[in-house]
Design a protein around this ligand. Structure first.
Ligand SMILES: Nc1ncnc2c1ncn2[C@@H]1O[C@H](COP(=O)(O)OP(=O)(O)OP(=O)(O)O)[C@@H](O)[C@H]1O
Ligand SMILES: [Mg+2]
Length: 323
């Protein structure tokens, strides 16, 4: 049985002012025991999708089921199976970590004694034992995200939804959370997470769906997505605008990005001399050229037409253009 099965869901927000199609058409499935990544930029519809799948928002059109249970009609049953850590949590900052876990355990129906045991177990699991008696408002960003993760685990859910679990964290704290999420998966928990970070999707997710403007534009394992581009990415850089312009006319199927042109071809390295010859015959000066295996970043560019902000290549491109 599938952990999550989403078929053509749609969310339209209607207000007096306007109508927003936050999710236009999203379909994907997640197998049990997988980490599934929903990768997309700000406003893509990630949170709206998570809110619908976790019964917190109604589905305008389409259907979704969790472990075979229909989300729209059996919301109570679904909630027992799932844990959720939302992007905007309404955590009560005045409570201590211990109090927060304890209260949540009680809300889930644990006895006082069991709540105490579970609280200590979870504090340990997410590495907050030492900070347990401090007020949550004194926690760092990374500690708060670990707290969110821990709270979503109180009732030992089979399926865990994490909306941008590491946004705003430094690389070290991010890695700690990645390890925790992997450990949960290794213990049989299915994880659906959203992210705007390519590295996070690449490192963590067994399968990825790229979502853009409310639509799933690509889906597969990281390797499948990279292979779908077909071949290698050759990047030509130019120092002069005229060279770039002329080269664009010669390399007809290239895509421009800043002062670079990119072509995707089979066996890229062996094709470089031919391209360079064509360009130099027309008097075009190339400042640098390289052939690389496609990255998830290239996949994103290919399917959306733009780069995800802050992605590694967009940083490299910036650095290169500075030189
Ligand atoms: N309650 C709402 N009413 C109207 N529009 C909404 C509502 N919630 C979200 N939207 C709009 O729907 C679109 C998708 O929003 P959503 O929060 O799902 O994006 P996201 O992918 O989670 O983005 P981010 O990475 O910034 O969290 C946005 O244009 C947003 O403004
Ligand atoms: Mg969001």
């Amino acid at each position: 049985m599938l952990a999550v099965d989403v078929k053509n869901i749609k969310k339209t927000f209607i207000s007096k002012q306007d109508t927003v199609e936050a999710v236009k058409d999203v379909s994907f499935h997640v197998k049990q025991g997988e980490i599934f990544g929903l990768l997309g930029p700000n406003g893509a519809g990630k949170s709206t999708t998570i809110l619908m799948l976790t019964t917190l928002l109604s589905i305008t059109e389409g259907s979704a089921s969790i472990l075979g249970i229909d989300v729209a009609t059996k919301d109570k049953e679904v909630r027992e199976k799932i844990g959720v850590a939302l992007q905007d949590t309404g955590i009560d900052n005045l409570l201590t970590g211990h109090e927060l876990f304890f209260t949540t355990c009680r809300l889930w129906g644990y006895s006082k004694k069991d709540s105490e045991v579970r609280t200590n177990e979870l504090l340990e699991l997410v590495g907050l034992t030492e900070a347990a008696d401090r007020r949550v408002k004194t926690y760092s960003g990374g500690m708060k995200r670990r707290l969110d993760l821990g709270l979503s685990l109180v009732h030992s859910p089979e399926i865990l939804f994490l909306d941008e679990p590491t946004t705003g964290l430094d690389p070290g704290s991010r890695r700690v959370l990645w390890d925790e999420i992997k450990r949960l998966r290794n213990n049989g928990v299915t994880v659906i997470l959203t992210t705007q970070y390519l590295e996070e999707a690449d490192e963590l997710a067994d399968r990825i769906a790229i979502i853009d403007e409310g639509l799933v534009v690509a889906e597969g394992t990281s390797d499948e997505l990279k292979a779908s581009i077909g071949g290698d990415v050759i990047t030509f850089a130019f120092n002069h605008n005229d060279d770039l312009k002329n080269a664009k006319n010669i390399l007809t199927n290239s895509v421009q990005e800043k002062n670079e042109l990119r072509i995707t071809v089979e066996d890229g390295a062996s094709r470089i001399p031919g391209y360079l010859k064509d360009l130099s015959n027309q008097g075009v000066e190339v400042s640098s050229v390289s052939a690389n295996k496609p990255t998830l970043d290239d996949v994103f560019l290919e399917v959306t037409g733009y780069r995800l902000e802050g992605s590694e290549s967009s940083q490299q491109a910036k650095q290169k253009s500075k030189r």
